[in-house]
Design a protein around this ligand. Structure first.
Ligand SMILES: [Zn+2]
Length: 263
């Protein structure tokens, strides 16, 4: 008998200080926790593409950062009559896929596993500050250089930016995902950053604050990466972190990229 899905989940949780927590969303969303693990897939979110690829890989445990059914708690009462939900749910059941969410605990890990993955992908490990661990100080950088690095390292053809290419950009907050405007303002006001690199922004608040700051002669900028692209390298890094602990289980990271395209 090999390892069960529950064994793998328990092993990960035991590495996280303060976990488990009663109100966490990091729970098993489908599948039998006592079945033997045949393979593991890690991903930002369990898209239909990820589910199909997991079946091809014979991986029956999918570790996903985000929900599967478009709700923070994967509540599906409101979706019962929806064809998209029904087809996705049936696919998961038909293939006995176990879906476990690894969101809160990966952010609680010391230091935050999602930010670590992003910092590694960007090649900026040397600039990360111990506290707050989302703060980087990179001497001599400009907005143009930051944007060029992010585009190149994350293979993004374009980035949305509030700011000018020649602005200096030395104190940078990496606010991956959708932290909300309070955290973005905290970075500008309390951490005194020149730039916030975010996943999602709040256009009417953060974008307009930065526009006003620039008009008043202040050195502030905002770089918008998109939620998926801002966090998925953290789930890529999870393979590097987890594989040595599970040497006999095939582990595969599946990138999903940004769901939004430009036409
Ligand atoms: Zn996240």
């Amino acid at each position: 008998m090999g390892r069960t899905i529950q064994d793998v989940i328990d092993r990960i949780i035991s590495a996280v200080p303060g976990a488990p927590q009663e109100d966490s969303v990091d729970t098993l969303k489908s599948g039998d926790p006592q079945q033997e693990v045949t393979g593991i897939v890690t991903t930002f979110t369990a898209t239909m593409g990820v589910l199909r690829r997991a079946v091809e890989l014979n991986a029956n445990l999918i570790i996903t950062h985000e929900p599967t059914f478009y709700d923070h708690h994967d509540c599906t009462d409101w979706l019962q009559n929806d064809s998209v939900y029904q087809a996705k749910r049936d696919f998961i059941a038909r293939h006995n896929l176990a879906l476990w969410r690894f969101h809160d605990y990966w952010h609680m890990y010391q230091p935050d596993g999602i930010i670590t993955g992003m910092v590694k992908a960007l090649g900026w490990e040397a600039y990360r500050q111990p506290e707050p661990s989302a703060l980087l100080i990179i001497p001599g950088m400009t907005v143009a250089q930051v944007v060029a690095t992010v585009k190149e390292r994350l293979a993004l053809p374009t980035l949305r930016v509030v700011g000018s290419p020649e602005q200096s950009c030395e104190r940078i907050a990496l606010l991956m995902g959708a932290w909300g405007k309070e955290k973005q303002f905290q970075a500008f006001i309390d951490w005194k950053v020149d730039a916030v690199i975010c996943g999602e922004t709040v256009e009417w608040a953060t974008c307009e604050y930065v526009r006003d700051a620039i008009a008043l002669g202040e050195n502030k900028s905002l770089v918008i990466v998109g939620h998926a692209k801002s966090e998925e390298e953290g789930m890529h890094y999870l393979v590097e972190w987890l594989q040595p602990q599970l040497p006999n289980i095939p582990l595969t990271y599946l990138a999903v990229g940004d769901p939004v395209t430009t036409l």
